[in-house]
Design a protein around this ligand. Structure first.
Ligand code: SIN
Length: 469
């Protein structure tokens, strides 16, 4: 793809230092990328599953060999600590391993026919060119979660990485090339100013047969509208507003640990971060004070520095949203136990890790994802009450609860309107699970045994004229 003169600077959110530039591409270059993917599909879709397995496995090995460099790139462009970046990197690589192994396990079916002269079979085939639109909070893993099943299925792709974190995407593609992915199979369109036009083109272009997006519910709805013009397949992993419930029979230490992992992973900037923490009234005070003690010990700073536990938020808009949520909660009676403000003693976009107590149900935090390091605690009395409050949300991605009562565990897990549930754990993400939500949190599942199906069509073939054979 031809580069243009137009470039955009990218800054480290922890230091505000310029990291480098990437081309700010537009619709014209997007079409070039789609055409390249369309041309490459002809041969990539004809490779055998074993050939695709081998390339993906090599890509996985190269990722592990380059762990230090790729993790450092994640920290520099996203801000998360090096330890978190390494864990994202391993998570990212695990999608390549998982889908290398899935590539060779795509089976068709034989379906008994009611007619004596007919035999029915199905085969699975790649959908075609796929547009992959990914977010900045996992600059590497959200790409491989889409790219690995697409390649495994025999599809070719155009990736639009987020404007904030383009470098991990480009580094991944370099490794894919070294692993033997042929030219044209993976294409990347970096863009910033033209993000809307490029997104529209990727969702509408006739050659594109599938759109996979991770990001906000509003953008997911727009992309789905655009994709409907040619009835493309869509996978949408949209926003969440995850409830985290602590029942009175929970192991409180484990629940505090789970809340910290779930709420403060990536400084609160994941779609599955706990957003509303409901604690049963008889254990509320103890849970709140133990959580506040732990959060008070966090150290924010540059993710490359020793001893730093949490990095910055991605940009000023993120800080403004978190600030707005805290102010709104406090104006409606919430009390700040820890933090509560922007950290002004650091150069980047940092917000103090925060615990708010006695947050009421009519606050903005209860309605929309904070996407920042704010643990909002709400007291509840009964199981049915908390289930009803959790389910009143329009979205339903993930949720968590802590309880040692097996009857309650089944009842609550079945009742919550969510795509994914962590019981007695605050961390659910793995390559082998079906990741995705219900309601306005999206469509489709990524990863796990179901992930590759999103990139394949099932074709039915009837063999007739067989009577008497
Ligand atoms: C996300 O924030 O969208 C993904 C988080 C994860 O995979 O754990």
């Amino acid at each position: 793809m031809g580069l243009t003169e137009r470039g955009r600077y990218h800054k480290n959110p922890a230091t505000t230092e310029v990291l480098g530039t990437v081309p700010d591409l537009g619709v014209e270059e997007t079409r070039v990328a789609i055409d390249a993917a369309g041309a490459a599909f002809k041969s990539w879709s004809k490779t055998t599953a074993k050939q695709r397995h081998d390339v993906l496995k090599k890509f996985y090995d190269l990722m592990l060999e380059n762990t230090e460099d790729l993790s450092r790139i994640i920290t520099l462009e996203n801000g998360k600590t090096l330890a978190e970046a390494k864990s994202e990197h391993i998570y990212s690589a695990s999608f390549l391993e998982w889908f290398a192994e899935e590539a060779v396990r795509v089976y068709g079916e034989v379906i008994p026919s009611p007619f004596p002269d007919i035999r029915n079979i199905t085969i699975k085939q790649p959908v075609g060119v796929c547009s992959l639109l990914t977010p900045w909070n996992f600059p590497s893993a959200m790409i491989t979660r889409k790219l690995a099943p697409a390649l495994a299925a025999g599809c070719t792709v155009v990736i639009k990485p987020p404007a904030e974190t383009p470098f991990s995407a480009l580094a991944l593609v370099e490794l894919a090339n070294r692993a033997g992915v042929p030219p044209g199979v993976i294409n990347v369109v970096t863009t910033d100013k033209n993000v809307k036009e490029v997104g529209d083109e990727l969702a509408q272009h006739k050659v594109v047969k599938k759109v996979s997006f991770t990001g906000s519910t509003n953008v997911a709805k727009l992309l789905m509208q655009r994709a409907s013009s040619t009835l493309k397949k869509v996978s949408l992993e949209a926003g969440g507003n995850s409830p985290f419930i602590v029942f009175d029979d929970a192991d409180i230490d484990k629940a505090v640990e789970g809340a910290i992992v779930s709420k403060f992973r990536a400084s609160g900037q994941t779609c599955v971060c706990a957003n509303r923490i409901y604690v049963q009234s008889s254990i509320y005070a103890e849970f709140a004070s133990r959580l506040a003690d732990k959060v008070d010990k966090f150290k924010i700073g540059n993710g490359l520095d020793e001893g730093v536990t949490h990095g910055p938020l991605i940009h000023e808009r993120a800080i403004e949203k978190v600030q707005r949520h805290v102010e709104d909660a406090c104006s409606k009676g919430a009390e700040i136990l820890v933090g509560g403000k922007r950290a002004t003693d650091l150069p980047g976009t940092f917000f103090q890790p925060t615990v708010l107590s006695n947050v009421s149900n009519d606050t903005q935090i209860m309605d929309e994802e904070t996407f920042g390091p704010v643990a909002a605690l709400i007291k509840f009395e009964t199981e049915n009450e908390v289930i009803d409050i959790c389910n009143s949300s329009d979205v339903g991605l993930a949720g968590y609860f802590f309880s040692r009562d097996v009857g309650r565990v089944w009842k609550v897990a079945e009742a919550l309107e969510l795509g994914m549930i962590g019981v007695n754990t605050g961390l659910i993400s793995q390559a082998c699970i079906p990741f995705g939500g219900v309601k306005e949190s999206g469509l489709g599942r990524e990863g796990g045994p179901h992930g590759i199906d999103e990139y394949m069509e099932t074709k039915f073939i009837a063999f007739g004229g067989l009577a008497g054979k």
